[in-house]
Ligand binder design. Structure first.
Ligand SMILES: [Zn+2]
Length: 128
């Protein structure tokens, strides 16, 4: 299976947290993507992920509500994908990562600056 649209990927990532109903996945996608998602957008993807054996239905309730879970293959796939994305983001954010001049730890995003040097916290800045 090729990578996957953002929607598919984030469905897998949601399922890494545990079993979820289709409706929960839909709501979760809306939050993650910041826009309204319809069942007709979610269910074809779920069917496709199921066909690729990345997810499975673990429970089916009365009104045909389905509880989804990652399969072993799905766990490995999402783990690998996350690792790849992780290195991509690390690369993209390289210049946002600073090293504390005092303790040497890495700071992501906003760092303390004092006389042109970066620090992880006020205490490191004062003790430098
Ligand atoms: Zn520090």
């Amino acid at each position: 299976m090729k990578l996957v649209s953002i929607l598919k990927l984030q469905l897998l990532l949601q399922l890494r947290e545990g079993k979820k109903y289709g409706y929960e996945l839909m709501k979760g996608s809306e939050v993650l993507l910041g826009k309204k998602i319809s069942p007709s957008q979610i269910y074809p993807f779920l069917a496709e992920l199921q066909k690729s054996r990345l997810i499975k239905i673990v429970k089916r309730s009365a009104r045909d509500k389905k509880l989804y879970s990652l399969t072993e293959k799905g766990k490995i796939f999402s783990e690998n994908t996350l690792q790849r994305l992780d290195s991509m983001f690390a690369l993209a954010n390289r210049d946002r990562i600073k090293k504390c001049a005092h303790c040497g730890c890495f700071v992501y995003g906003k760092s303390f600056t004092k006389s042109g040097k970066h620090f992880c916290c006020g205490s490191c800045a004062n003790n430098f």
